[in-house]
Write a protein that binds this ligand. Structure first.
Ligand SMILES: NC(=O)c1ccc[n+]([C@@H]2O[C@H](COP(=O)([O-])OP(=O)(O)OC[C@H]3O[C@@H](n4cnc5c(N)ncnc54)[C@H](O)[C@@H]3O)[C@@H](O)[C@H]2O)c1
Ligand SMILES: O=C(O)C1=N[C@H](C(=O)O)CCC1
Length: 262
């Protein structure tokens, strides 16, 4: 049995992941963590019958004698500290929380190397989103002019999305930095052209009703190519989270991107 803790279990993703862990053979939920929980046991909530301790501080998780995997769907502000804490205590992190920067990821990878502990930081767990990023990177070899439009629900804290940043990184690996648009273009309204990543523009849309969507739009002489992925429901992320919980048990590195475990 793989013993799992879910951090952020009161949230939209954390609650979906908690149910996934409870429903997956071979997984054992040994605790859930959320400082904003009022409960001390999961079975105090009407949707659960299981006797599972609720922790309010990460340090209290150590009361559980053995924890294999730390699933993290919390907030950008705490993702780094939570992941560090998991690694320091020999718990394998499966981190979906976005907002970690490049240096944070590198530092956590160095720590995982020292501790020889496997784990994953994945901006997106939906298999279709992984394919969208890989197809976009492939297309960028032939279509260097591209803009990313990411669209999410309006409770999202970080912009641009972790997926948009990862997509831009993968595109830049193929095409390098590349100035796009007119060199003399001016914004009459600040932000009109979006954020800039090595010459590529990223536009963030936040609206009620959306879940997680991204369009990677390429333009070339007389033609265009649009690659789009839509998560209509948070269940779309769970196959990837479950796969990651199993795969991190076998590796000794902290990888960035689910594609590295497929
Ligand atoms: N990688 C993916 O596939 C993927 C998919 C969806 C969302 N996300 C990311 O996951 C994160 C969570 O998204 P959400 O929509 O569930 O957010 P949410 O606001 O619904 O939930 C966040 C939860 O984290 C809890 N929390 C805050 N501080 C905490 C701490 N110190 N320890 C434990 N829990 C803490 C909050 O109380 C809340 O319940 C975001 O960063 C989002 O971008 C990633
Ligand atoms: O709901 C969110 O927030 C999501 N964030 C991820 C990101 O920032 O890329 C992707 C999935 C949904």
């Amino acid at each position: 049995m793989i013993k799992i803790i879910v951090a952020g279990f009161k949230g939209k993703m954390g609650s979906t992941a908690t149910k996934m862990v409870l429903d997956t053979p071979g997984f054992e939920l040994v605790g859930v963590l959320d400082p904003h929980a009022d409960e001390s046991n999961l079975n105090e909530l009407s949707e659960y019958t299981e006797d599972i301790p609720v922790f309010h501080r990460k340090e209290d998780v150590l009361a559980e004698t053995s924890v294999d995997v730390w699933i993290d769907f919390t907030i950008p502000e705490v993702a780094y500290e939570n992941t560090r804490f998991a690694l320091e205590n020999s718990i394998r992190p499966v981190v979906g929380t976005t907002g970690l920067d490049e240096e944070d990821v590198k530092e956590l990878q160095r720590l995982a190397d020292q501790k020889r502990i496997g784990g994953l930081i994945a901006p997106n767990f939906a298999i279709g989103a992984i394919l969208m990023m890989q197809f976009a990177a492939q297309a960028a070899k032939y279509f260097p002019d591209v803009e990313i439009i990411e669209l999410h629900h309006d409770n999202k804290l970080d912009a641009p999305s972790g997926t948009a940043i990862k997509t831009a990184e993968m595109i830049v690996e193929e095409r390098g930095a590349h100035q796009q648009g007119h060199p003399d273009e001016k914004e009459s309204l600040a932000g009109a052209r979006g954020a800039d990543y090595q010459g590529m523009k990223i536009h963030s849309v936040r609206l009620p009703g959306l879940v997680a969507h991204q369009q990677v739009q390429f333009g070339s002489t007389g033609e265009g190519l649009t690659i789009r992925h839509d998560s209509y429901d948070r269940s779309s992320f769970m196959t990837g989270v479950a796969l990651a919980c199993t795969k991190v048990m076998e590796n000794e590195q902290l990888v960035y991107g689910l594609e590295n475990l497929l």
